[in-house]
Design a protein around this ligand. Structure first.
Ligand SMILES: [Zn+2]
Length: 351
């Protein structure tokens, strides 16, 4: 009988926190095996050197699932964390996941589910949205503007034909200057125009914040102050922070879908009740405790009692039963519940 644990030694890209994701799929992967599994809640923040999942059983009963188990956690957690970073950078503005087109289609539902869990407000792929019980989100394509040969003609056609429940967000960077195109579509659609999308190509971009400020100024001056500015095109959390002063919403693609993976490893820490681990790894079963008040964490050898936090509050265990003898030991939250839990924790961390 062995105990093994999943933990991370170093965050990618200089990150200092992660959002654990992929737990639901791990539950399904290990369900039915003669193993006991404890894990953090999906969506919980984690730090390096904290076991986020522990597994007890005969090695031969679960060893061949190790690669799949790690693959499920590593990529999902990387995507959820990157999405959470973008959402935090956006300071309350909506962030839509647009990056499925950069990855193999078979991965799109996984990518978008975890982008949503990490805090994205919507996903673009129809199937992905269906699987998480959300309506897909998008805008008109550049192709529509090209086929009509004019931004306003495309905007009018879109407005005439598309379901009224879809917000009218018109692309304004296809042919001409963003400022003048924004004014043309605002005058053409009037109060029906919800927003304009600035997807300016990198070769024309110059100072994106200044372009947005100029569009905002000209719209406001003519009474179109309710028209939102939706920004997309190669954005990440750093650029979001730069353009926040003039942007109202974001579409983020490659930065989220191609997020760095979390290099979780799975190591044996105890064999037949005796602590034993390879070099570079702390042996023995452990528990991670978190302070509900200040968010501080502590890792203690098992068995242990919940410690008191230096801040005065009593800490709570984070590794809770996920499977007992192969049976699910707790309900699996909806993606909406997971997303809400991630957003609730974002106040405790910084970029
Ligand atoms: Zn505390």
């Amino acid at each position: 009988m062995v105990t093994a644990e999943v933990f991370l030694k170093v965050f990618p890209s200089g990150w200092t926190w992660g959002v654990l994701a992929g737990v639901e799929e791990v539950t399904h992967l290990l369900e039915g095996l003669p193993v006991d599994v404890d894990a953090f809640a999906e969506g919980a923040l984690f730090a390096t050197h904290e076991p986020v999942l522990t597994l007890r059983g005969r090695y031969v009963d679960w060893a061949h699932y190790e690669t799949a188990l790690l693959g499920l956690l590593c990529q999902a957690s990387g995507i959820a964390t990157k999405a959470a970073r973008c959402k935090k950078a956006a300071e309350g503005r909506p962030v839509i996941s647009f990056g499925a087109r950069r990855m193999h289609p078979a991965l799109a539902p996984m990518i978008e589910r975890n982008a949503f869990v990490g805090g994205c407000d919507g996903v673009a792929v129809v199937k992905s949205a269906e699987l998480i019980h959300e309506d897909p989100v998008g805008t008109m394509p550049h192709a529509l503007v090209l086929l009509f040969g004019d931004t306003v003609a495309a905007a009018k056609a879109f407005h005439e034909c598309v379901d009224p429940k879809v917000k009218r967000v018109i692309l304004i960077d296809t042919f001409n200057d963003e400022k003048f195109e924004a004014l043309r579509v605002a005058e053409a659609l009037g109060g029906d125009l919800f927003g304009v999308r600035v997807d300016t190509p990198a070769s024309r971009r110059g100072n994106l914040l200044q372009i947005l400020r100029e569009v905002r100024w000209e719209l406001d001056l003519r009474g179109f102050d309710r028209v939102k500015l939706f920004v997309s095109g190669g954005l990440d959390e750093a650029e979001i922070l730069t353009v926040n002063p003039a942007a109202d919403a974001y579409g983020v693609g490659t930065a989220i879908s191609n997020a760095p993976v979390m290099n979780f490893s799975l190591d044996i820490v105890e064999i037949d009740g005796k602590p034993l681990a390879k070099r570079g790894k702390l042996s023995g079963r452990k528990m991670v405790y978190r302070c509900p008040s200040c968010g501080a964490d502590q890792v203690l050898p098992e068995p242990s009692a919940a410690p008191a936090c230096p801040c005065g509050a009593s800490m709570a265990p984070l590794l809770l039963p996920l499977l007992r003898a192969g049976r699910p030991a707790r309900p699996l939250p909806s993606t909406q519940q997971l997303r809400a839990a991630v957003l609730e924790q974002m106040g405790r961390v910084s970029l």
